[in-house]
Design a protein around this ligand. Structure first.
Ligand code: NAP
Ligand code: HSE
Length: 439
């Protein structure tokens, strides 16, 4: 009989607690599938005294995560503490250097130190599995790394942050404030320990950098990702998007272009009729455009303890089976450096919201500056000023929202045109600009 796989878990929070429960509750099915039973033999967390609704009887508590990672009593180290720094980095590296396999859900760690850790895994023979780091329960890492090993990838994009999609969905559908929605996302265990990683787009950027590496055979480079979060999106933008036939989503997009690989994370207007616009709440969706095959879209729960534990335990099952794949799909020495495409040359349509002076000539000034940059307008709407009689301007000094949708153009042209409009003092405040993705 094969000996059980002995697992040590560092981190017993939202994800770690569910991993312990899942291994306990699904032990028989897991052992049938993996051909070997899996036992949690040791754990650690910040505080041993903390009340946890977990039965940890018979499981050793090891105070120091690095000591747990290198303990002779475990075969596989599961890191669920989070963060790209300590103690996660030292613990994972120490486990790999002692020849153990590692499973982690930590995208921050993999995006920042993935290559160094993959080298350690290669050198010492352990596995480094991180399926839960992107899309929680969605098996997107395996799909890119193994399922599509024979397919060239041109683009991978999607909704990669459950917290942001949950916030945008509830703001749009229920008219709730950003702050209220974020609080609920935290209560439900979706948000990171520091939720600014979610709402400022960094969590999506880390996930996108990992997907881009797997898709294009490049070294993970979070610094190559252009990042904008959702905190500047107002209920007014969501209403305007809806009126114009769009919905706002935080997308991560990695695409091969003639100028290199474009990696970008930003709020995006997508047509309401598109499939990505139907993805609501904490659900994530990833579309992969491969050569010679129609796009593949994977949809599923993108955050939360149970969803994430599902992928963590699947990775543990692979370790139990003795499956070991190069962490980024090929040996580290075969991964190329990322050639970053400049964001200024990004080409696409744009939504622009301006607060414009409600006087004759304003629209003409705006249109002229857009035309100077060869930007063609698909639609323009001037909202009625609050307090003005229908059919009349609200008077000197009043401001009205103007909403524009452009046809495809370059990013730098849009910003040059808006700078010229600002210089002419026909608008107040900063223009709101949201990129549009039509397919
Ligand atoms: P969490 O609820 O904040 O739990 C973190 C756990 O790590 C806690 O048990 C904490 O101990 C422990 N910990 C933190 N610092 C430690 C230290 N210095 N030494 C020892 N233990 C320490 O976080 P989580 O939501 O479970 O996330 C864990 C990881 O999974 C992160 O990398 C996260 O990005 C990733 N992830 C999370 C989700 C999700 O939906 N939550 C989804 C996908 C991936 P105490 O309990 O004693 O405080
Ligand atoms: N905070 C992350 C999210 C957890 O909301 O998507 C899943 O990685």
């Amino acid at each position: 009989m094969v000996a059980p796989l002995k697992v040590g878990i560092a981190g017993l929070g939202t994800v770690g607690a569910e991993v312990v429960r899942l291994i306990e509750n699904e032990g028989k099915a897991l052992s049938a599938r993996a051909g070997r039973s899996v036992r949690v033999v040791a754990v650690t967390a910040r505080s041993q005294a903390k009340k946890r609704s977990l039965d940890l009887r018979g499981i050793a508590w090891v105070k120091d995560p690095v000591a747990l990672a290198t303990s002779e009593d475990i075969d596989c180290f599961v890191e669920l503490m989070g963060g790209a720094g300590e103690p996660a980095l030292s613990a994972v590296e120490a486990a790999l250097k002692s020849g153990k396999s590692v499973v982690t859900a930590n995208k921050a760690l993999i995006a920042k130190h993935g290559i160094r850790l993959a080298q350690a895994a290669e050198k010492h023979g352990g596995a480094l599995n991180f399926e839960a780091a992107v899309g929680a329960a969605i098996p997107v890492i395996k799909t890119l790394r193994e399922g599509l090993a024979a397919t060239g990838i041109n683009r991978v994009y999607g909704i990669l942050n459950g917290t942001c999609n949950y916030i945008l969905t509830r703001m749009e559908q229920e008219g709730l404030s950003f702050a209220e929605c974020l609080k609920d996302a935290q209560r439900l265990g979706y948000a990171e320990a520091n939720p600014s990683f979610d709402v400022d787009g960094h969590d999506t950027a880390q996930k996108l950098a990992i997907l881009a590496s797997l898709a294009f055979g490049t070294k993970v480079a979070q610094s190559a990702v252009y990042v904008e979060g959702i905190s500047s999106i107002s209920p007014e933008d969501l209403r305007a998007a809806s009126d114009l036939g769009y919905r706002v989503k935080l997308l991560g997009v990695a695409v091969k272009t003639a100028k290199g690989i474009e990696q970008r994370v930003h709020p995006t207007m997508v047509p309401k009729s598109s499939s990505i616009a139907q993805v609501m709440g904490v659900t994530n969706a990833v579309t992969i455009d491969g050569e010679g095959i129609p796009p593949i879209t994977l949809v599923g729960p993108g955050a939360g303890g149970a969803a994430t534990a599902s992928a963590v335990v699947a990775d543990i099952a692979d370790v139990a089976r003795g499956v070991r794949v190069n962490p980024f799909g090929r040996p580290v020495e075969r991964l190329r450096a990322t050639e970053k495409a400049p964001m200024e040359r990004h080409e696409g349509g744009y939504y622009i919201r301006l607060m414009a002076r409600d006087l004759a000539g304003t629209a003409a000034t705006i249109a002229t500056h857009l035309a100077e940059q060869k930007i063609s307008i698909e639609s323009i709407v001037q909202r009625h000023a609050n307090g003005a009689d229908v059919g009349k301007s609200a008077g000197k000094g009043s401001q009205v929202p103007v909403l524009l949708i452009t046809y495809a153009t370059h990013e730098d042209a849009v910003y040059r045109a808006l700078a010229a409009v600002q210089r002419d003092k026909v608008i107040s405040g900063r223009p709101q600009v949201i990129r549009i993705e039509k397919n």
